[in-house]
Write a new protein. Structure first.
Length: 341
């Protein structure tokens, strides 16, 4: 017999969902049969799996140790040690400044992604036990393209994961990106269009009119600083489609510097030769939260920000301040850092 006391990581979900995670190799038919025969009980009573669990509930499995071991398997992938740049953390959530080149989530089984690095961090810091992974696995709530840097939010607890996921899904928070684009942008603007993705090439196209299979998009941008050939923009995502910022800005003649898919080839060659940049200079910089309720009340009306990567900042300094300083006959002074929202 195995007794499981429900913790905050299991609370809030249906019993059958929790059991399918704990006995992850067992079929649903087996689980429902065990509940009907009272081989699985909730708080000493017969259950059917639809019950919503609360912290402190007790689930008992009247099964042999061999059966439990047979149907319960926890896989922990061994990963290379990574020093995560954590910009905010509390008991429920974690915000990481992801570097360009790191996957947010696996594309295939052998990949190492931010999710695996977070699990390793939580296990190593003893905030999470291997036993707990039988019923809950922390994960990220938003994804960035592999070569886009910046803020990724993760839930350390089920409540944190569910709360953050709902925020991102309902677009109840503001997400600001910073990017360096070709050309001079002088005014704030909100642009609209339609985006269509080609699944075979993993590339999108933008049109002004709706076409078959296209989705409406809306992007707002504000110039923060401009040089002779480049502008540092702050972008607010109104909608959040795949590759939206990169393709939308490129469609109006302001491709992001370093972008291999939607960028300007001459600009990309210049950025690589001068700064060693080989990926788009697009960074998820700021998250602004609304008034929040427990368990995410710590995030109520706060702003979480992530500094620009060194190469990104170097390019901005070189292309905006150096040229501006040269024109004005003064020394270069980098005064922007992370611009305020």
């Amino acid at each position: 017999m195995k007794a499981i006391t429900i913790t905050k990581n299991e609370a809030g979900q249906r019993l059958d969902k929790m059991l399918s995670k704990y006995l992850n190799l067992a079929g649903k038919g087996f689980l429902y049969k065990m509940m009907r025969k009272k081989n699985i009980t909730l708080n000493g009573k017969k259950c059917d799996g639809s019950e919503r669990l609360t912290e402190g509930d007790q689930v008992k499995l009247f099964l042999s140790d061999e059966t439990i071991e047979k149907f319960s398997q926890v896989h922990i992938q061994k990963v290379s040690k990574q020093s995560l740049h954590i910009v905010y953390e509390d008991e429920n959530v974690l915000f990481i400044n992801k570097p360009a080149g790191m996957l947010s989530q696996k594309a295939k089984d052998t990949d190492e992604s931010l999710v695996e690095y977070i699990l390793d961090y939580l296990l190593t810091s003893r905030q999470l036990k291997e036993e707990e992974l039988k019923s809950f696995r922390p994960s990220v709530c938003n994804r960035l393209d592999r070569n886009t840097s910046g803020l990724v939010a993760a839930g350390k607890t089920l409540a944190g994961l569910q709360g953050l996921s709902q925020l991102f899904r309902n677009r109840n928070l503001h997400k600001y990106y910073h990017c360096l684009v070709k050309g001079q942008v002088k005014e704030r603007c909100r642009i609209k269009g339609f985006l269509k993705k080609d699944e075979k090439t993993n590339q999108v196209s933008i049109s002004k009119e709706e076409t078959d299979g296209s989705l409406p998009i809306e992007t707002e941008y504000t110039p923060l600083a401009a040089g002779e050939d480049f502008t540092l923009l702050q972008v607010l995502l109104i909608t959040g489609r795949s590759h939206q910022i990169r393709a939308h800005l490129a469609s109006i003649g302001h491709p992001i510097a370093g972008d291999p898919k939607y960028g300007d080839k001459k600009v990309n060659v210049y950025m690589k030769q001068k700064y060693g940049i080989t990926a788009q200079l697009l960074h998820s910089a700021v998250l602004v939260f609304p008034d929040m309720q427990p368990p995410l009340s710590n995030l109520s009306k706060i702003t979480v920000s992530a500094p620009l990567p060194p190469l990104f900042e170097k390019a901005v300094k070189g292309e905006i301040n150096e040229r501006k300083a040269a024109q004005e006959g003064r020394e270069t002074v980098w005064e922007h850092g992370i611009p305020e929202v």
